[in-house]
Write a protein that binds this ligand. Sequence first.
Ligand code: SF4
Length: 275
Amino acid sequence: MNYLTNFMPMKDRGLIFDIRRYAVHDGPGIRTTVFFKGCPLHCLWCHNPEGITPGIQKAVRQRKLNGRSYSYEEEIGRWLSSAQVMEELLKDQLFYEESGGGVTFSGGEPLSQSAFLLKMLSETRRFGLHTAVDTSGFADADIFQAVASLTHCLLFDLKTTDQDKHMEYTGVDTEQIVNNLKSLPPDGPDLFVRIPVIPGINASVGEMMAIGQLLCTLDARVKRVDLLPYHRLGRQKYACLGQKYPGDFGQLCGHDMKEFEKVFTNAGFAVKTGG
Ligand code: SF4
């Protein structure tokens, strides 16, 4: 399918809440990551809460000056054109080339601004940049497939295969996510499956085995499984947004993480913990 003519009009404006250069955990090599605002999920462990609301928000920040503390307001989210984003992305083209890196579109959920994401993917392709899309996979099938056909790499966040838990802790069910994952063809983008490991939710060998079994049924090439241990680094962000921290899930045990790694290595997958 030639999505450029058949899919949808491409929007030349996206709501972006951050562009981070020199990222080393968002796909291969050194990358620049563009964070799209808006996500249909509400994961209770989300460490990017400023990415969830699909509109510009105010955050209250603190700053120290001459020993005194001041608070000031900052707007989270800017409308940027593809040309403005490209200008930022092209600044580090040399680093991408030397490190085997490129550009990552993350969020929030970048597929929630699908028209702008498709526009950015076609622009980055035009300049020969390697692209990765970091997604929850929760999107209409035609949008998901259009994005998958244009990106080199998908960072697919998979939380649990348990329908009830998924609904309870993220606000959406797994059906669309699993169907999209299963729709990826063997000659599609490189697939990195990213599993946030959350104590009390999915931090068990049984949960990891259920995810491993799902991965074994895929046609797609799974390049690696990334286990992302739960952390509380987003806590301060909730406070700045005037929101209650939705949950504290406690500590993960290093021994358990090794057991989870084994589940995937025994099934023949490359595994990385952290990042
Ligand atoms: S899918 Fe990602 S961005 Fe969206 S709520 Fe969950 S953790 Fe946050």
